[in-house]
Design a protein around this ligand. Structure first.
Ligand code: PBG
Length: 331
């Protein structure tokens, strides 16, 4: 061994370790997902996602007070309507649950919260697919894009700061961009779920949102987990169509994709730390199989891979934990 070269020299002191750390997690990295359900009051806990809730609007408003207090100021909202139908009409109804929630949050918190909305039909359709079905039960691309554009516009009219289409229809970024521009919203950014895989890691979310497809799967529109060059194709198309930020989803099993996407583009890259990744760790920690530091370790891996931002259900608890500790204390 060359005794001059001792990497351990840089590991012997906690302040030194902190000093030479290459990647850091910051509160500013986080976008927090929240579920809002069409109901009068209260909130329902989500069995599949410990610590997460389906909020009524009053409960959502209360929750956001706590979030602001903890230092979280970026949200992505998912709506759960009372009534679902084959065309997902509650998704683009100006009186729909997400539209009402945005108005309520804006009224109370003004510009203190940056409100992003998930734009998709699956939470609103009775069949649970992300678009309109034709007579043989497959999702019709172009008519779906028109409805997504309508949905995005109604969110923005209600006061959303940014829209995030998660449906994986071809051409939807273009469709949404045009509809926003035509109505005078050319300044509103689109954060596209550009690279979204057909993943089993969405299981807990589908239970939470009641959005599992009632038949079949999403493999005709979401990507095959075996493919990585295809991710670059999807990325290129979305950038051409005007995506301002791009999401890679899921994150943890797709860090190679996060890294490739980061190298291939110049826009901010967002990793979606999805429900399955969240619940997996929550359950393992609750069982005593791993200690809670595993949460930061898994989020750090996303930043190391190149993520500029992380959509994560862990945001609130981390923010509260960090607030309790002295942030950046040496470990
Ligand atoms: C809607 C949507 C889904 C998620 C985000 N937006 C579900 C899906 O595609 O089935 C999953 C998020 C998560 O698992 O945390 N299309």
């Amino acid at each position: 061994m060359n005794t001059n070269l001792r990497p351990r020299r840089l590991r012997g002191n906690p302040i030194l370790r902190q000093m030479i750390r290459e990647t850091r997690l910051e509160l500013e990295d986080f976008i927090y997902p929240l579920f809002v359900e069409e109901m009068e009051t209260g909130r329902k806990s989500i069995d599949s996602m410990p610590g997460m809730y389906r909020h009524s609007i009053p409960s959502l408003v209360e929750e956001c007070g706590e979030l602001i207090e903890a230092g979280i100021n970026k949200l992505i909202l998912f709506g759960i309507p009372k009534i679902k139908d084959p065309v997902g009409s509650q998704g683009y109804d100006d009186r729909g649950i997400v539209q009402e929630a945005i108005r309520a949050l804006r009224k109370v918190y003004g510009g203190k919260l940056y409100l992003i909305t998930d734009v998709c039909l699956c939470e609103y359709t009775s069949h649970g697919h992300c678009g309109l079905l034709n007579e043989v039960g497959s999702v019709e691309n172009d008519p779906t894009v028109a409805l997504l554009a309508k949905t995005a516009l109604s969110h923005v009219k209600a006061g959303a700061d940014m829209v995030a289409p998660s449906d994986m229809m071809d051409g939807r970024v273009d469709g949404i961009r045009r509809s926003l521009d035509e109505s005078g919203y050319s300044h509103i950014p689109i954060m596209s779920y550009s690279v979204k895989y057909a993943s089993s890691f969405y299981g807990p979310f589908r239970q939470a949102a009641g959005s599992a497809p009632s038949f079949g799967d999403r493999k005709t529109y979401q990507m095959d987990p075996a493919n990585s060059r295809e991710a670059l194709k999807e990325l290129e198309l979305d950038l051409d169509e005007g995506a301002d930020l791009v999401i890679v989803k899921p994150a943890l099993s797709y860090l190679d994709i996060v890294s490739k996407v980061k190298e291939a583009c110049k826009v901010p890259v967002v990793a979606y730390n999805v429900s399955g990744e969240f619940s997996m760790l929550k359950l393992a920690i609750a069982q005593g199989l791993m200690n809670p530091e595993v949460i930061e370790e898994s989020l750090l891996s996303m930043k190391r891979a190149g993520a500029d931002l992380i959509i994560t259900y862990f945001a609130k608890e981390l923010a509260q934990t960090w607030k309790g500790e002295r942030r950046h204390e040496s470990k």
